[in-house]
Design a protein around this ligand. Sequence first.
Ligand code: AMP
Length: 178
Amino acid sequence: MSSKKKNINQIASSIRDVPDFPKKGIVFKDITPVLSDINLFRKSIDLMVEPFNEDKIDVVVGIESRGFIFGTPIADKLNASFVPVRKPGKLPHETEHISYQLEYGKDSLEIHKDSINEGQNILIVDDLLATGGTAEATCNLITKLKGNICGFVVLIELEFLEGRKKLNQYNVHSIVKY
Ligand code: AMP
């Protein structure tokens, strides 16, 4: 087995399934055991960065909240700046806002209006891709600010929820797939 495959298997086996969290029927993928092991965390960051090393990324956008954890070391590795996308009411300066449909109800995200310049190369980071609603909304926010989306990277992809279908115009990369 290649060392890359071994690393992915190690990461996958440390991700903890928590059934019925935060509500009944959802199996929550808990990444805290990956964070607790600095070697696994470093390997995760290296695997997430690898496909984008040649892309001259200007800005890494991390999605609240676990996207911040992975996004900041990825920005460091790519020598890029880091910009947070947050839940409404958290960012102090002037924001661009987007609402999007969830399975039940609606949610919103915000980004500082002055955080991205037109034409900058953007990599979006989160911990997990499920239905793709959060990722799609983030892409739309960045498009409003005229950023050039080079890719979207997550540690975990729940392939059976087909989130990729919402992102088919983008370069989507994931490490551990279920
Ligand atoms: P979605 O918009 O459906 O793709 O959901 C993605 C967002 O919800 C990410 O920010 C994840 O952190 C979170 N999320 C969705 N499903 C799960 C899950 N099963 N375990 C952990 N986080 C999840």
